[in-house]
Write a protein that binds this ligand. Structure first.
Ligand SMILES: Nc1ncnc2c1ncn2[C@@H]1O[C@H](COP(=O)(O)OP(=O)(O)OP(=O)(O)O)[C@@H](O)[C@H]1O
Length: 272
């Protein structure tokens, strides 16, 4: 057993491949309990993969994934089912059930995972909808909701079972600035009010840096850097600085490798 007190998630020596492509090469990532941790990095670097490894939807080729003191890849089906109840996930594609109203969407995990009586289910659903500001929308169907409201209902559903860990995959994508601001506030508020630990995977640097207590920047199968948003903004590592400050050119070059420009211009198309 590892020390579960300070880190709710502890990935050790994780290697994960897709075919011959190494997505994670012997990576260590520790997620501090009670905090909001941001996972950032260029497109395709494996951010969603990381959440799927923690949620046991994918298995690592090697390494251990401790969540709340349990090594996830070693768990049997039933233990995994139980462990997953303590993890809430808000995936970008996490669609609502279109034939169920808002109330029933949020009630769904309670009906599947618990034997609670109907009046308790009602109290919990109303509490969760109140937390995301949508108690008054409980009778609406998903197609009557805006994109931002849909995501908030999905969030209420994700916290229905009071998870210890909430994972957000690109929560801000496709949101207008107001909905984005609401989500940023909600993620922080729920984390602190419910005593959660939150992991936010996002491209949106400003939003993520504004709520995260701690950030990881991943890329090339590695953790390129980690620290508080301020530490990373002022990093000495040029790759981290390029990423954090959104500079188009730097250690990750703007130009695809090419021969000398002047020489290229002097040549005819036939020579080239
Ligand atoms: N089902 C799959 N089969 C094969 N390769 C996959 C599959 N899913 C993802 N990949 C590859 O694994 C790599 C990591 O994907 P992942 O979705 O984790 O990246 P990401 O950092 O979340 O990207 P983005 O920011 O664009 O969402 C990518 O190169 C992707 O093409």
């Amino acid at each position: 057993m590892n020390d579960a007190s300070d880190y709710i998630v502890d990935l050790r020596n994780i290697t994960f491949r897709r075919g011959s492509r190494v997505i994670f090469d012997n990576v260590d990532i520790r997620i501090p309990r009670g905090k909001v941790t941001g996972i950032m990095g260029p497109s395709g670097c494996g951010k969603t993969t990381l959440l799927r490894l923690i949620g046991a939807q994918l298995r690592p080729d090697s390494g251990s994934i401790w969540v709340n003191g349990q090594n996830i890849p070693e768990l049997g089906r039933e233990q995994l089912f139980a462990a997953r109840q303590h993890m809430g996930m808000l995936f970008q594609s996490g669609a609502l059930f279109t034939d169920l109203d808002v109330f029933e969407n949020v009630a769904f995990p309670l009906r599947v995972h618990t034997d609670l009586p109907e009046d308790m289910i009602r109290d919990i659903v109303l509490l969760k909808l109140q937390a995301v500001g949508l108690r008054g929308a409980r009778k609406l169907m998903p197609d009557e909701l805006s994109g931002g409201m849909k995501r908030r209902v999905a969030l209420a559903r994700a916290i229905a079972l009071d998870p210890a860990l909430m994972m957000y995959d690109e929560p801000f994508v496709g949101q207008d600035p107001i909905s984005m601001g609401v989500l940023v506030r909600l993620i922080r508020l729920l984390n602190d009010a419910m005593g959660l630990t939150s992991i936010v995977v996002s491209h949106d640097l400003a939003e993520t840096a504004s709520i995260a207590d701690y950030l990881f920047v991943v890329g090339d199968g590695q953790v390129l850097g980690q620290g508080t948003p301020d530490e990373l903004m002022n990093s000495d590592n040029p790759r981290i600085r390029q990423f954090m400050q959104g500079e188009p050119d730097g250690p990750v070059p703007f130009h695809y490798p090419a021969q000398d420009y002047v020489q290229d211009l002097m040549q005819t198309e036939k020579d080239a």
